[in-house]
Design a protein around this ligand. Structure first.
Ligand code: FAD
Ligand code: FES
Length: 370
């Protein structure tokens, strides 16, 4: 990948860690170690930005050098990335856009979302040398190992990133399985990786590419249109034999599912934005009292909004990541009270050990283990 890079991986303070395991307070170690090297930490995965490249009119690829606590990823997985913005740590999920690299570095490609806090920071303000917090990679949208099957990848906007990592990994292995990629963006200049994808399609008979824009007119090499059955059937007449991976905003993934799930050999999807909340007008009105048992806070929070948003609006910073119920970073115990799942509408009266704050709202007074 042709990204401007800065060398120097952090050394491995393994011996020191073994000797000091019973004596060291990790936060104190991190405070002093970070003064010697920006990504030294007792146990926290951190990454330094070592390269950046403008990838399209609104997307930027950042090359990250993780410290030794990062345990790697499989193409198609994602991880939480955090940055300090105006004194607040903002964490979101990102998918590596490149295959695992021999030098251990990770490439992420971030689309700047209008009004978005972390994406705009990473695309515009983040500099080489800045340190980001890193979660370990997870997620099951990966190809079988060894690869098998015929695949159709459907990418909407920034949903290209995990698919690109899988395509690059397969290309490096000589494209052992047939892959067809349909990739939509609003405009021609918002499409990422175009030259590389075209070169791969020219080089590998088993890699087929269809670039589509929804707002620009069609041009000689890019079609116009939204995802529909006619386009799908024309591009992949063997859809019934293909396994589909779809990735992008929730409405794109929902349409892809509706059009292909019943007709393809298998369907798997990852939405980058949450499904719309299920509203419950009567039960979602008014406020309840939220008690945070471990920190001793008591506050009033509105019903009908996620507990994560309610706590953040009150100036607190509970741990979070994907903000849509998939990474479990925000999970905490609920000792008492009733909650409602905002995506399923399900109501939970019993104590639970891992309540996900980002997809649950308060329905009655609550006590949480926070
Ligand atoms: C599993 C997973 C993997 C992801 N991988 C990537 C990735 O590789 N590259 C990438 O750019 N983003 C990725 N995202 C989206 C990313 O986590 C953030 O949501 C996004 O960068 C916006 O964050 P923000 O802080 O700028 O916006 P916020 O301040 O959190 O939100 C601003 C608004 O933008 C909306 N929004 C968020 N993401 C999108 C989107 N992709 N398209 C349209 N609207 C959106 C939000 O719903 C919200 O209304 C991924 C999300 C998930 C769940
Ligand atoms: S932040 Fe990922 S599950 Fe809540």
């Amino acid at each position: 990948m042709n990204v401007v890079a800065h060398p120097a991986a952090p050394p491995r303070p393994g011996l020191f860690k073994r000797l000091g395991a019973s004596l060291v307070v990790p936060a104190v170690f991190d405070f002093w170690a970070s003064r010697l090297h920006s990504t030294w930490s007792w146990d926290r995965p951190l990454a330094r930005i070592v390269g950046r490249r403008v990838e399209s009119c609104d997307s930027t690829t950042l090359l990250l050098q993780p410290n030794r606590h990062w345990t790697g990823f499989r193409p198609g997985q994602h991880m939480n990335i955090g940055a300090e913005i105006d004194g607040t740590r903002i964490v979101r999920s990102y998918s590596p856009s490149d295959a695992p690299r021999a030098d251990g570095r990770i490439a992420i490609t971030v689309k700047a979302i209008p009004g978005g806090r972390l994406s705009r920071h990473l695309c515009r303000d983040a500099k080489i040398g800045d340190v980001l917090t890193l979660g370990q990679a997870f997620g099951g949208m990966t190809l079988p190992d060894p690869p098998e099957g015929r695949w159709l990848f459907l990418a909407g906007g920034s949903g290209i990133t995990p698919l690109m990592a899988m395509i690059r990994a397969q290309a490096a292995a000589g494209m052992p399985v047939p892959i067809a990629l349909m990739y939509w963006a609003g405009t021609r200049d918002a499409l990422c990786f175009v030259d590389e994808l075209r070169a791969l399609a020219a080089r590998h008979a088993d890699f087929h590419l269809d670039l589509i824009v929804t707002r620009d007119d069609a041009s000689s090499d890019v079609r116009h249109g939204r995802i529909d059955t006619v386009q799908l059937s024309a591009f992949v007449p063997d859809l019934h034999q293909r396994r589909v991976f779809a990735c992008g905003p929730n409405d794109f993934v929902a349409t892809a599912r509706a059009l292909t799930e019943e007709r393809a050999a298998a369907f798997r999807a990852e939405a980058f934005t949450p499904a719309p909340w299920i509203a419950d007008d009567d039960a979602d009105a008014g406020e309840v009292t939220l008690t945070l048992a471990l920190s001793g806070h008591t506050l009033d929070v509105p019903r009908g909004v996620s507990l994560l948003s309610a706590l953040e609006a009150a100036g607190l910073q509970p741990a979070s990541g994907c903000r849509m119920g998939i990474c479990n970073t925000c999970a905490c115990g609920k000792r008492a009270g009733t909650t409602r799942h905002l995506q399923t509408g399900g109501v939970e009266h019993e104590p639970v050990s891992a309540l996900r704050l980002c997809v649950n709202s308060a329905r009655s007074d609550l006590t949480l283990e926070l």
